[in-house]
Design a protein around this ligand. Structure first.
Ligand code: MD3
Ligand code: FE
Length: 206
């Protein structure tokens, strides 16, 4: 009898996918997006407790969390404007790592200051889990934890550095995961430090 592997089937870490020049170009594009669509402070449904991570989105749909729940919507929760288009570098990444699926519909932008973290959770607010989630890390290195599809059971930790891409398909798509900590000062990419994580997603069926 053999235990399930951690990380689960369908987990792919692609270290150094973006070189320094392309990381800088991507950060410049994200900064432009954040001028149009500023970081907002999500809060937990019901309790209203603020996340330590601030967020924005680009692409046709964006993920938001407020007192009423988690959902995808086409507009920014504060400005009411549509999310800006997804940068071409990100649609090209999706095309490269998930060629059998239609284009990504949402790109969630997570910003971590040095003390921010994200508790263990599953991503299941999408209508479909067929397509993978694709993550891009920029700036300070994070300690990332991933387990299986139930909250109990073994987890494994690894570092995600600037320029790394993670593809979460198959069984890994519904794996519990989180960010334990940010390694302050580990990257010079962001002039004020911290970490940006971009996650590309399919949201609707078809
Ligand atoms: C495993 N983001 O946005 S990225 C999230 O670094 C999220 O900001 C973390 O968890 C971050 O939901 C982790 C790696 C990642 C992203 C999505 C996943 C791992 C995942 C979805 C399913 C399983
Ligand atoms: Fe997640």
């Amino acid at each position: 009898m053999t235990a399930k592997p951690v990380p689960p089937e369908g987990f792919r870490l692609l270290p150094g996918t973006f070189d320094r020049d392309r990381q800088e170009a991507l950060v410049a594009q994200i900064r432009q997006i954040l001028e149009e669509s500023p970081l907002f402070q999500p809060v937990m449904p019901r309790t209203g407790k603020p996340f330590s991570v601030r967020m924005s989105n680009c692409g046709p749909l964006g993920w938001v969390s407020d007192i009423n729940g988690y959902r995808y919507q086409p507009t920014h929760p504060v400005t009411g404007r549509p999310w800006p288009p997804m940068p071409q570098m990100l649609s090209e990444l999706w095309q490269t790592v998930a060629p059998e699926y239609p284009p990504a519909q949402a790109c969630l932008i997570n910003f971590y200051h040095a003390d921010a973290k994200m508790g263990l959770h599953q991503d299941r607010d999408e209508e479909t889990f067929d397509a993978p989630v694709v993550s891009v890390s920029l700036g300070d290195t994070a300690t990332f934890r991933i387990g299986g599809t139930t909250r109990k059971g073994p987890t494994t930790s690894m570092r995600l550095a600037s320029g790394d891409v993670v593809v979460l398909g198959g069984e890994a798509r519904l794996a519990y995961h989180g960010i334990d900590r940010i390694l302050k000062g580990s990257s010079t990419l962001l002039k004020n430090g911290g970490r940006i994580n971009l996650t590309l997603r399919r949201v609707t069926k078809g």
